[in-house]
Design a protein around this ligand. Structure first.
Ligand code: HEC
Length: 239
């Protein structure tokens, strides 16, 4: 039949609109974000990760942590993320400016890690958890990563002054478990995961946290529905 031109036109429109919707549109909208100065503090956001943490990101990638962990706090509408304590504000594109690749993740078999550097600041806790998650969270189904650690004669400690894991009777007597450099880098990366600086497009909710409802009696006790208007005056939580 003689529908060739129509068919051609139809395919063209389909391709063009999906190119626009999936590639061009997003690129115009969020593709050119820049590192910005937070007016309230004069600090740049986001700050680059320290070198060790940058290496840790590579360990995170190579071990496939993102298969089970997301790094995105979803918007207020699904308030569960906030209730779970995974973050105080939603994550936005700007949070990931320094990262490549970005470990957004899609499956939440484990908790979201966008703010794990705030939630758990103890490096030793992270190391123990990586060595054997069950030590920290009994019944955890997260895999163990013992190959990030080295088992060696405890005598070496005197020489090197290393930070052996406090495993007590779980290690053969005379031996100790010490983190390899990859483990330290990975933990540095975990500690660097913090996305709670208030931004214009993602302000912290007012009142500050649900943990301190007593303070909500002050002037603007807005029911916890943040709007963009309140973005600027929010005092940054201390570093
Ligand atoms: C098979 C899925 C799976 C993989 C792969 C995995 N995890 Fe987990 N992770 C979990 C689960 C489930 C939990 C919750 C139980 C627990 O705390 O151990 C968890 C918990 C955590 C926590 C504690 C979170 C909190 O809120 O306290 C951290 C940190 C973590 N994982 C980091 C990692 C890192 C780093 C890797 C990669 C080396 C990794 N996970 C790989 C499933 C996984």
């Amino acid at each position: 039949m003689n529908n060739g031109p129509l068919l051609f036109f139809g395919i063209l429109v389909t391709l063009a609109s999906s190119f626009w919707g999936l590639i061009l549109g997003p690129q115009l909208k969020i593709g050119r974000q820049e590192i910005r100065m937070i007016e309230a503090t004069g600090a740049l956001y986001p700050t680059p990760r320290p070198g060790l943490a940058q290496k840790g990101a590579e360990v995170y990638r190579s071990l496939g942590c993102a298969e089970c962990h997301t790094q995105q706090v979803r918007p207020r509408e699904s308030a569960t993320d906030f209730a779970r304590g995974w973050g105080q504000r939603r994550t936005v594109g700007q949070d990931y400016l320094h990262d490549y690749p970005i470990f957004l993740g899609s499956q939440r078999i484990g908790p979201d890690l966008a703010n794990i550097g705030r939630r758990q600041t103890n490096a030793l806790h992270h190391l123990l958890h990586l060595y054997d998650p069950q030590l920290v969270t009994p019944g955890s189904m997260m895999p163990r990563y013992p190959f990030l650690f080295e088992k060696r004669k405890a005598a070496a400690r005197k020489a090197g002054g290393s930070e052996a894991l406090p495993l007590g009777a779980k290690v053969e007597p005379g031996y100790e478990i010490v983190p390899r450099p990859e483990a330290d880098a990975l933990v540095a990366y975990l500690l660097s995961l913090q996305a709670e600086t208030p931004l214009f497009e993602a302000p912290l909710p007012l009142p500050p946290t649900k943990a301190e409802p007593a303070q909500a009696e002050s002037t603007n006790a807005v029911p916890a529905t943040p709007t963009n208007e309140v973005a600027a005056p929010v005092p940054p939580s201390a570093k």
